[in-house]
Every structure is written in structure tokens, then in C-alpha cells.
Design a protein around this ligand. Structure first.
Ligand code: AHM
Ligand code: MG
Length: 338
């Protein structure tokens, strides 16, 4: 057994910090604050059915989608934790329109963008959901953080990861020195290292896509998925479809077992020409995780997700993410003639 297995998450984060002699401990502090928020949300998610707080709150968020109570709870929990932690100067959340400020006098040198509860349409049906986060160093000077501090490339993230609330609660994160997975022991409220140095299998047998949208796909998406479904591909096996409809869950499964997740542009909704998923707090953090684990993340025109210069906090981006071989193959379909 790996000797590090079982160590607590704060030990791992401090050990990573030692690899950077210039580090001041603020990123460590920030990650620890996010972890506390994750524990609080996890407890609430586990109690959701019992506490009878399921169901929709009747409000809509700035994306025009229904906000459910647990989304609000998760959003509030992270914001409250972050606004007074002293490590960040600004936040961006899927649930809020613009820059979220921190409390006066608590400005720090990082920014955090997050999807407080990804996959929230699955809350009512006990399907895994999760919190995705992305951390950047601030660029601007002055007291308050600005939108430009949030609109940074994924390549410049100093940390990224997610907390998945599933059959167990897991934290998966990277600070650029590999990917580590921790499992929450709810009896003591501590995350223990369960998946040291995660590597995504280079080739896989699974693809994840909303196949009901086939009729709306562009030709290259259709051709790529048909290729994966071809029984004779590589002459040895065919692919299986696994689609939960909760990005963090689909991604996590593919990270552990190997697989490719596809949400390309389609002709389904004219208001979402770039697909559905968001760059800053969905695609970019997961792209950093997958690259650190040996996989890849690209758009449906072959751009590396981590190299995209954001122009809008809530901008959407086509996403193909997962095992290297399957994303390499996708790149051929998405950049060459079909
Ligand atoms: P959300 O952030 O409102 O939960 O929406 C994003 C979710 C992702 O988790 C998931 O991958 C996707 O929507 C599923 O979309 P679709 O139902 O179109 O397949
Ligand atoms: Mg989401």
C-alpha cells in the first residue's frame, strides 16, 4: 500500500507547499477554507431528504435556470467562508452575475471562481453532485479585486479541483504537482488521502455524451461518436456509453476508469452557440485536473481549454475532456475533414 495513503488533506497540502519555497501559506489557507465549505455542504447534501429542503425555491439564477435550495445553500456557504478568509480579493460564482467582493479589510492575493453545486438538477434523485473550484493569483493592484482578476486563462490557475457528494464525499484537487483524491470520513469530519497521484488511463472504453442530441449535432461530432461506437474499432473492443448528466460525476468516473466526456456545440439551442458548459468554473478547473492526471481537454475546434482567454465570467465553451487517446482521436475529427 502507498505509504501516504490515509494522511489527512491538510498534511498533503502543506507538503505540496514545501515544493514551492516562495509560498507564503496563503494558498494552503485558501484550500483549507474551501475544504471546510465542502464539508458543510456535504453534511447538508446528506441531510437534504431528511430535512425536507428538497425542491425548487421558485427563483431563477442569472442564467435563467431554476435555482434549487441546495444550490443557494452551497453558494452562500462558499461565499461566506471566502469573503472573510483573507486570502482572496474577489469571487465569481455560477449563481451570481458579476464580481463578488470580499469583506472590507480582508482582501488577499488570490481569486476563486466556483460552481457551487454542479449537476443540481439531479439533487432530487440522489445522483452525485459536486462543487467545482478554480484559483488564480490576482493581477490588478489596488484594494479591491476586479473582473480582470477573474478573467484569466486556465493555464494560469494555481489550483483547481472539485468536491463530489456521492456514495462517499471526495475531494480531488491539484496545485500543479499531480492530482490527489481524498475521501471524507464523516464520523470524524476529516478527508483522508485515498487516491494518491491519480493518473487517468491513457485509453479507455467509455464515452459520455448526451446522445439524445444526435439530431442537433454537427457532422464532426456525429462522425466521432460513430467511430467510438464502431464495434471493430481497434479490432479488440467497443465502447460503452456512460452519461449521468452531472459533469462533475461524469468527469470523476472517467478520471478514475478512463473515458471521454463530450459536450460540443450543437444546433439545439440558438442561445447557447458554444455548448452548455462554462469555461471559468467548469471546463478550466477540470482541464487542469485532467492534464495533471495525464489526460487532455480541448474545444470542438481543437483549442486547448487551458489556453482560452476568457472574455466573460459566464462564458460557455465546447468541451471534450478525458483520456489522452480518445481526445487525440476527437482532435482529428474536430480539426480535419470528416
Ligand atoms: P448546471 O451547472 O446547471 O448543473 O448544468 C450543467 C450540467 C452539467 O453538470 C452536465 O454535464 C450538463 O449540465 C448536462 O446537460 P444536458 O442535460 O444538456 O445533457
Ligand atoms: Mg454546473
Amino acid at each position: 500500500m502507498d505509504k501516504r495513503k490515509g494522511i489527512i488533506v491538510s498534511r498533503q497540502i502543506m507538503d505540496s507547499q514545501k515544493l514551492h519555497p516562495e509560498a507564503t501559506g496563503e494558498l494552503t489557507g485558501l484550500l483549507n477554507e474551501l475544504i471546510v465549505a465542502g464539508k458543510i455542504i456535504s453534511a447538508e447534501v446528506n441531510m437534504a431528504g431528511l430535512a425536507d429542503i428538497l425542491g425548487q425555491s421558485g427563483k431563477t439564477n442569472i442564467q435563467g435556470e431554476e435555482v434549487q435550495k441546495l444550490d443557494e445553500f452551497a453558494n452562500q456557504t462558499i461565499k461566506r467562508r471566502m469573503e472573510q478568509c483573507g486570502y482572496i480579493c474577489a469571487m465569481g460564482s455560477e449563481e451570481d452575475d458579476g464580481v463578488i467582493p470580499v469583506l472590507d479589510g480582508y482582501e488577499g492575493k488570490y481569486t476563486v471562481a466556483f460552481d457551487p453545486l454542479d449537476g443540481s438538477s439531479n439533487i432530487d434523485v440522489n445522483v452525485s453532485i459536486g462543487t467545482i473550484f478554480s484559483v488564480h493569483r490576482r493581477k490588478s493592484r489596488g484594494k479591491h479585486g476586479k473582473m480582470s482578476d477573474l478573467l484569466q486563462k486556465g493555464r494560469d490557475q494555481v489550483g483547481a479541483g472539485y468536491i463530489i457528494y456521492g456514495s462517499s464525499t471526495m475531494l480531488v484537487y491539484t496545485t500543479g504537482d499531480g492530482v490527489y483524491g481524498f475521501t471524507l470520513d464523516p464520523s470524524v469530519g476529516e478527508f483522508f488521502l485515498s487516491h494518491p497521484d491519480i493518473k487517468i488511463p491513457e485509453r479507455s472504453k467509455y464515452y459520455s455524451v448526451n446522445e439524445a442530441y444526435t439530431k442537433y449535432w454537427y457532422d464532426n461530432t456525429r462522425a466521432y461518436i460513430e467511430h467510438l461506437k464502431d464495434l471493430d474499432y481497434r479490432g479488440e473492443r467497443s465502447y460503452s456509453l456512460r452519461y449521468i448528466g452531472s459533469l462533475v460525476s461524469d468527469f470523476h468516473r472517467n478520471l478514475i476508469t478512463g473515458g471521454v466526456f463530450v459536450y460540443a456545440r450543437d444546433k439545439k439551442s440558438t442561445d447557447k452557440p458554444e455548448g452548455k458548459l462554462r469555461l471559468l468554473y467548469e471546463a478550466a478547473p477540470l482541464a487542469m485536473v485532467v492534464e495533471q492526471a495525464g489526460g487532455r481537454a480541448i474545444t470542438d475546434d481543437g483549442r486547448n481549454i487551458l489556453d482560452i482567454e476568457p472574455t466573460d465570467l459566464h462564458q460557455r465553451v465546447p468541451l471534450i475532456i478525458g483520456s489522452k487517446e480518445e481526445v487525440d482521436l476527437a482532435e482529428k475529427y474536430f480539426t480535419g475533414p470528416v
